[in-house]
Design a protein around this ligand. Structure first.
Ligand SMILES: *Cc1c(COP(=O)(O)O)cnc(C)c1O
Length: 361
């Protein structure tokens, strides 16, 4: 098989090594003659898989004991509902910081459940698109929580610094940047992430929640979305997505083996720098975001001559560079370069972009 690099924004590529282990174990896990998929979630064998995955994630992210880790159904978007149902009591307000299409989507969903104050923090200057200074944001005093999205997957906008909310719990949608760089969990009330970018198969979502925020779910909260019930039942109030949980566990083991979040974060920085530096150098391609807010995971770029888009994408595909088409709402191109994308993938892409530019100009 000749090398193919998959730049899909999600479900994204998984580490080749993980896929090989999963393949080897697929029908006969650890010599027991069954697949992990065929095990009772309450069996000792499966419980060991589930417990190890959680312990490895705790180690990778340095998660303190006063935070629960939940393995949930419904992907990232399921949490758009679960967060307000669990954390927004009647009569209270939640602030939603809008930096792009995912935070907009989270706010729209939360509006079904209560008072949502949206704060648009994206501005444009001559230097490009940027996130305004958090100290100028008109936050609601005594809000139930402040929700934001540190990495906007569609728009390619990342906020590295965590805003100061004066003690109001911060809820962060980390779907497309979890485990990509080091974070300090204690700065957050709740973190959630759909799995299909940096963790494993789609459908699974990880929730990391500070214990004091549990126990306030609204009466109408479906029990499978109730964090307290999930926490009391080790995420097994109903049958969890067992195979996705197992694969997530293999990804955590892989990440530990290659040096953890600190090590992958260095590689991620190198990959992003390689691509952005080339885009900036070339008059043929462009990216409109200021350097401080450029995403290290999702790199949208445009051809100066957009009539060449189709040709670019077709030739890239032939060269083994897959799924580079930008999101339908923004157009152009997007290279998603999550943890599993090796640096060779980005080198091959930059090489291709260079050759394409040379041939056309
Ligand atoms: C992918 C993504 C989601 C949605 O995840 P689903 O599992 O499709 O619901 C939510 N937020 C962000 C930031 C994402 O990148």
């Amino acid at each position: 098989m000749s090398a193919v690099f998959n730049f899909c924004a999600g479900p994204a590529m998984l580490p080749a090594e993980v896929m090989e282990i999963a393949q080897k174990e697929f029908i006969n896990w650890q010599g027991i003659g069954s697949s992990v998929m065929e095990l009772s979630h309450r069996s000792a064998d499966y419980m060991a898989v589930a417990t190890k995955a959680e312990a490895d994630l705790r180690e990778l992210m340095n998660i303190p004991d006063n935070y629960k880790v939940l393995f949930c159904h419904g992907g990232g978007r399921g949490q758009f509902s679960a967060v307000p149902l669990n954390l927004l009591p009647q009569g209270k307000t939640a602030d939603y910081i809008i930096t792009g299409s995912w935070s907009k989507g989270a706010a729209a969903e939360a509006k079904h459940y209560g008072n949502i104050n949206t704060i648009n923090v994206i501005e444009k200057s001559e230097q490009g698109t940027y996130v305004t200074d958090p100290s100028t944001w008109p936050l609601t005093p005594n809000a139930a929580y402040v929700h934001y999205c540190p990495n906007e997957t569609v728009d390619g906008i990342e906020m590295v610094n965590v805003p100061d909310t004066n003690g109001v719990p911060i809820v962060a949608d980390m779907s497309s940047m979890i485990l990509s760089r080091e974070i300090d969990i204690t700065q957050f009330g709740l973190i959630y992430a759909g799995a299909q970018k940096n963790i494993g198969p789609s459908g699974l979502a990880i929730v990391i929640v500070r214990e004091d925020l549990l126990g306030n779910a609204r009466l109408e909260t479906p029990s499978i979305m109730n964090y307290q019930i999930s926490a009391d039942n080790d995420s097994m109030h109903n049958t969890p997505p067992t195979y996705a949980w197992y694969l997530a566990g293999l990804v955590f083991q892989w990440l530990k083996k290659i040096g953890g979040v600190a090590a992958i974060s260095k590689v991620n920085k190198e990959k992003a720098a390689l691509l952005y530096n080339y885009i900036d150098k070339s008059p043929f391609y462009n990216n409109p975001v200021v350097s401080e807010n450029r995403s290290a995971m999702n790199v949208p770029f445009w051809l100066t001559d957009e009539s060449l888009n189709a040709e670019f994408l077709a030739e890239a595909d032939k060269a083994g560079l897959k799924a580079l088409k930008g999101h339908r709402i923004v157009g152009g191109m997007r290279a998603s370069i999550y943890n599993a994308m090796p640096i060779e993938g980005v080198e091959t892409l930059v090489d291709f972009m260079q050759k394409f530019e040379k041939r056309i100009r």
